[in-house]
Design a protein around this ligand. Structure first.
Ligand code: GP9
Ligand code: MN
Length: 418
């Protein structure tokens, strides 16, 4: 009957972060282009592999005057991989602990970012050159109020334009921008890349750097496909400029989840030059996040510890959209109230001071085991947050919530009987 929503709502209201009014609304009315960077982890950014720069374009962006770069940003996905990251971005809720929420709960009511932006007059769409039913996207996008899904049918995949899982990112970006040029503005387009996906295969002519030399072919090839991805992002910026869309858009890019699993720890240890402890494994869950606002001149490296759940309120506040009534578990990263506390889907967590992984409390600075007391208060908070999110999804609780007024649509008499 929705009565569980009372407690969830109290929790959400007491954890709201006020916008930072120096940033709020600074991108009002702009097109929003959100790019999911397949399997991109932060350990390659601003680093070299055997003397080769792996992400030259992204490295430039980290220093760019129009770009906010978040080096301490974590993915929060589970088994639903890419689709879980989409769920986090659209709903600012956690995906589920078992199974993919895109499959199990596509019939729910949601108050997605697409829906909020629809109401602001945006044309909302997702672009991804794969079959529309992969990850049950076609069904879930209906529930998320996405106006249009540009799936594989919307792309012309010429000879040589596909590798590995499908269309290569460079032609994908090009044709996606061609579609954008035809759209009614402002638009919100979410682009999902594909080339940097396990098992990381490329054609010879797309290999801009050599492979790495560990015992893991997967890690060895990963550097090459990441290098290709970097090139593709560079072409995306060029394509947007060529079509005159660049100045009126903000570009938000994030790594969707890890690409290198723990099966490759020995090779990772070789690359990083240190053992992969549970602490290091947790730190390897960092994925790059960029917010590029052309002409803003406000760019900087933001060290704040944050996660994918924070993307939605951050974007909405940049656009000047109030989120104080949203049923969300993330917070605007620019807000003074943003808490440095990132919960992973499996219960691990990171704050500005500690990393909790493998049931051990680590000092974030040294990576050494520290007093359990330092983690204790957060352990309960972490499971509480995940629990509230699960309750919302499993109980389809947003059915009982009016996000315009903040009213709970539940029978008060039922509530008082409890
Ligand atoms: C498939 C793409 C990749 O459409 O999103 O899926 P993943 O395996 O990364 O979840
Ligand atoms: Mn993915």
């Amino acid at each position: 009957d929705g009565s569980e929503l009372v407690e969830v709502n109290n929790y959400v209201r007491s954890n709201q972060a006020e916008p930072n009014y120096e940033v709020f609304g600074t991108a009002e009315g702009k097109n929003v282009i959100v790019v999911s960077l397949e399997s991109l982890q932060s350990f390659v950014v601003n680093e070299e592999m055997n003397g080769e720069v792996v992400t030259p374009f992204l490295n430039e962006l980290t220093k760019d005057e129009d770009t906010f770069y978040f080096p301490n940003f974590y993915h929060q996905t589970g088994l639903g991989k890419t689709s879980d990251s989409e769920f986090l971005v659209e709903n600012s809720l956690y995906p589920l602990g078992g199974g993919a929420v895109f499959f199990t709960h596509s019939g729910n009511t949601y108050n997605s970012m697409a829906e909020s932006l629809n109401e602001k007059g945006y044309f909302t769409n997702v672009m991804h050159a794969n079959n529309k039913s992969f990850w049950n996207r076609d069904m879930m996008y209906n529930a998320l109020n996405v106006d249009q899904f540009y799936d594989v049918e919307s792309y012309d995949i010429a000879e040589g334009d596909a590798v590995n899982w499908g269309m290569k990112d460079i032609p994908f970006f090009k044709q996606s921008v061609d579609h954008m040029a035809e759209m009614k503005q402002p638009f919100y387009s979410r682009l999902i890349t594909l080339t940097n996906h396990y098992p990381f295969h490329l054609e010879e002519k797309d290999k801009f750097i050599p492979e790495y030399d560990s015992n893991s072919g997967t890690l060895n090839r990963y550097f090459q496909t990441v290098r290709y991805m970097d090139e593709s992002v560079k072409t995306l910026f060029e394509d947007l400029k060529a079509k005159g869309l660049y100045e009126d858009s903000i570009i938000v890019m994030y790594g969707d989840h890890y690409g290198i699993s723990e099966n490759h720890n020995e090779a990772m240890a070789q690359y990083l030059g240190k053992d992969i402890t549970p602490f290091e494994s947790a730190q390897l869950q960092r994925v790059p996040m960029f917010i590029h606002v052309p002409g803003s001149n406000k760019g900087e490296v933001v060290e704040e510890v944050a996660g994918q759940i924070d993307i939605r309120p951050t974007i909405l506040h940049l656009l000047g959209v109030d989120t104080s009534k949203d049923m969300q578990l993330g917070a605007d990263v620019f807000s003074k109230d943003h808490e440095e506390f990132v919960v992973f889907r499996d219960g691990r967590f990171v704050t500005d001071e500690v990393v909790y992984a493998g049931n051990v409390c680590y000092d974030k600075e040294t990576g050494l085991e520290t007093d359990a007391e330092a983690c204790a208060p957060y352990i309960e908070r972490a499971s509480e947050e995940l629990g509230y999110s699960d309750e919302i999804i499993n109980g389809d609780l947003l059915r009982f919530y009016d996000e315009k007024t903040g009213n709970l649509l539940i029978d008060e008499t039922t509530e008082s009987k409890k």
